[in-house]
Design a protein around this ligand. Structure first.
Ligand code: 17E
Ligand code: FE2
Length: 411
């Protein structure tokens, strides 16, 4: 199969892409069709590697208001609402919701998802179900599962054992939630435990880290120090790190040296954290998003995640990664021309590094022929005009498409 007239990743000249046996077989300016080969004209549209959701909670998605709404809009009331919904979890309930959410993602060109799954539940039903869904949904998406202790590792009964069991069951990554543990000592011990568990079982790490406006919340330095000492390096990710927004600059300068030595990844969730953070402020009100611009400038890897789709923490969301880039660029003040042009990397190549997709991702000969086509000529235009994702190819097969709506002005 031959695709012609692709504008790959903001290139200004068109390229041809040949796909054979589900992989990119050739990529070049002029490829001529072989006898009988199917040809698709991409009409000078933007072609990107598939979008990646690097941080979401699929087990909680599509539950907002059931049984109660989060009235304060805080993280902590969200955790209380979820504890009530958690009592009603069943395999059928989780499968129905996750199938719907993954299909929403598919229509927006997402083909990889890292989901956190709450393991502070003695039944571990969400973990068991998500591991089944990881297999069942393979045609649509690659799912990575993080064992996430929503109510703490040391502050929840049997928390360490539940984490260990989740890893034995087959979780891909180990989580933690240091800012929610009862004490600073528990916070440090929970991180020591989580990173050791990952190192011993050859797993990735993704910590919900310092998701609070408290400038004294310093889980991040412990995450980075353990990542360095255990040799885990970029297998480790710190998600949220919203307290860094409030750290004093002298501390950030000291911290940055360790962060660079540790080579850990960052995930920022700009939609959800502008919604959840700053809730105890009057005015001025903090934005509550981590220092994306400064981390990026220091060469650290940052991606953007949605975090929630219509659940106790966020009452909206359609699984479109464009939404998080749009919000992220505004709230982080990253609206320079080149910053806008490059911003697709927050939901593609940067996220691929965090997920360790390696040579299974990217538009290069030999790799799986997975890509999306946007109704725009470059990412600036795609983002600005909210361009339609025209089609999503996965391992050479079209798995989703959209037809742009037609609009007319009648006066
Ligand atoms: N749980 C949590 O601790 N933080 C979040 N942002 C979400 C769930 C969505
Ligand atoms: Fe999260």
């Amino acid at each position: 199969m031959l695709f012609q007239n692709a504008l790959i990743e903001n290139s200004t000249t068109t390229t041809c892409i040949r796909v054979e046996n589900g992989r990119f077989a050739a990529i070049g300016p002029e490829l001529t069709p072989n006898p009988g080969e199917e040809v698709v004209d991409l009409q000078s549209k933007l072609v990107l590697p598939p979008f990646i959701e690097s941080h979401v909670h699929l087990d909680t998605c599509l539950t907002a208001g059931d049984p109660v709404w989060n009235m304060s809009g805080t993280l902590f009331e969200g955790i209380e609402c979820w504890a009530k919904r958690k009592e009603k979890l069943s395999k059928a309930d989780i499968k129905e919701r996750v199938n719907r959410a993954v299909r929403m993602y598919a229509t927006h060109g997402v083909q990889h998802i890292r989901t956190h799954v709450d393991v502070t539940d003695p039944s571990l039903v969400a973990m068991e179900t998500m591991l089944e869904l990881r297999e069942e949904l393979r045609e649509l998406v690659d799912i990575q599962v993080v064992a996430f202790p929503q109510e703490g590792i040391l502050s929840y009964p049997n928390g360490k054992q539940l984490m260990t069991d989740a890893v034995k069951m087959g979780a891909d990554a180990v989580g933690a939630i240091p800012h929610f543990e009862f004490t600073r000592e528990y916070s440090v011990e929970s991180l020591n435990f989580a990173l050791r568990l990952a190192a011993e079982n050859d797993k990735l790490v993704d910590v919900h880290c310092d998701e609070i406006d408290d400038e004294a919340s310093r889980g991040l330095e412990t995450v980075a120090a353990r990542a360095l000492e255990l040799g885990l390096f970029d297998k480790v990710t710190a998600s949220h790190t919203t307290a860094m927004h409030s750290y004093n600059n002298a501390y950030v300068v000291r911290l940055m040296r360790l962060l660079k030595m540790s080579r850990i990844n960052f995930v920022s969730n700009p939609l959800v954290n502008t919604h959840l953070q700053g809730r105890m402020d009057t005015y001025p009100k903090r934005r509550g998003v981590t220092r994306v611009k400064e981390l990026t400038a220091e060469g650290l890897n940052v991606s953007f995640g949605q975090d929630d789709i219509f659940d106790p923490w966020y009452p909206m969301g359609v699984g479109n990664p464009r939404d998080v880039v749009f919000m992220g660029l505004h709230v982080c003040q990253m609206m320079g021309y080149q910053e806008i042009m490059d911003s697709y990397k927050f939901i593609t190549t940067n996220a691929a590094k965090t997920l360790h997709l390696g040579e299974e991702y990217g538009i290069e000969v030999g790799r799986p022929a997975s890509f999306v086509v946007m109704d725009a000529k470059n990412y600036y235009d795609a983002l600005s005009a909210n361009a339609v994702m025209l089609c999503s190819y996965r391992k050479g097969r079209k798995i989703a498409e959209n037809v742009p709506a037609s609009s007319k002005v009648l006066a």
